[in-house]
Design a protein around this ligand. Structure first.
Ligand code: DC
Length: 222
């Protein structure tokens, strides 16, 4: 029996600033499940390779680094190389580099087992871009969260007061292009995922909708 069958997985994918992070945290708390923030893994990797001055074209060094990444999630804090990197990985430049590096198949495959290892009883809420299409193809429920660029930019602007709103919207568009157009594991809904608009909803409302879908699935699948 695979890990995904032993530990049910709820996969939530969607673009940057779609509100996935908050929704996933609330869902994991409500279900009492583990939480995988796969974007944080790619971000920590981007920060680690920047610290080591590894360039984007040094594929074998990147691959080695991805395999050896010294990363630990302690509650809601992210520890990288023995230091708390929770805030550092959230910088826009780190997100953009993570997006660029994540287009490399060698990097994606080196980080795959690390992500799958999060699927442990009693269950997992997995947040990312390819949770439903690649990492957890057997997920009990796959949800793809959407929202317009304007709504997502407004959300980000609240998190980053003082930043130019049009620059925020442009950064979101650039990241969308990069995440959608890559050849390997591009951002897209799985054929069996449920599309959910997270635009007008407060996170609590989206959480209720997903929980209702989850209960239906669990009941139907036994
Ligand atoms: O979700 P986030 O913004 O923290 O993710 C940062 C980048 O990492 C994102 O732009 C693309 C990459 N990523 C990915 O390729 N696959 C994932 N499952 C999660 C993130």
């Amino acid at each position: 029996m695979s890990a995904q069958q032993q530990a049910p997985v709820l996969a939530i994918d969607g673009p940057t600033a779609s509100g996935k992070g908050t929704v996933c945290r609330l869902l994991a708390a409500r279900l009492g499940f583990h939480l995988l923030d796969s974007g944080a893994i790619y971000r920590a990797f981007a920060l680690a390779v920047a610290d080591r001055s590894i360039e984007d074209h040094e594929i074998s060094r990147l691959q080695e680094e991805a395999q050896a990444l010294s990363l630990e999630f302690r509650g809601d804090r992210v520890w990288l190389d023995g230091r708390d990197a929770t805030e550092a990985i959230r910088a826009e430049a780190v997100g953009m580099r993570a997006s660029r590096l994540s287009a490399l198949p060698e990097v994606r495959s080196a980080l795959l087992a690390r992500q799958r290892a999060f699927a442990r009883p009693p269950g997992l809420v997995a947040d990312g871009r390819d949770m439903g299409t690649v990492v957890f193809t057997e997920a009990r429920l796959k949800v793809f969260l959407t929202a317009t660029v304007d709504v997502r930019a407004a959300r980000r602007a609240v998190q980053r007061p003082g930043e130019d709103p049009s620059a925020i919207a442009e950064a979101i568009r650039a990241r969308d292009r990069q995440d959608r157009e890559r050849a390997v594991a591009p951002l897209r809904p799985a054929a069996d995922s449920i599309m959910l608009d997270n635009a007008g909803h407060v996170p609590g409302r989206t959480v209720e909708v997903v929980l209702a879908l989850w209960r239906q699935q669990v009941k139907a699948q036994g």
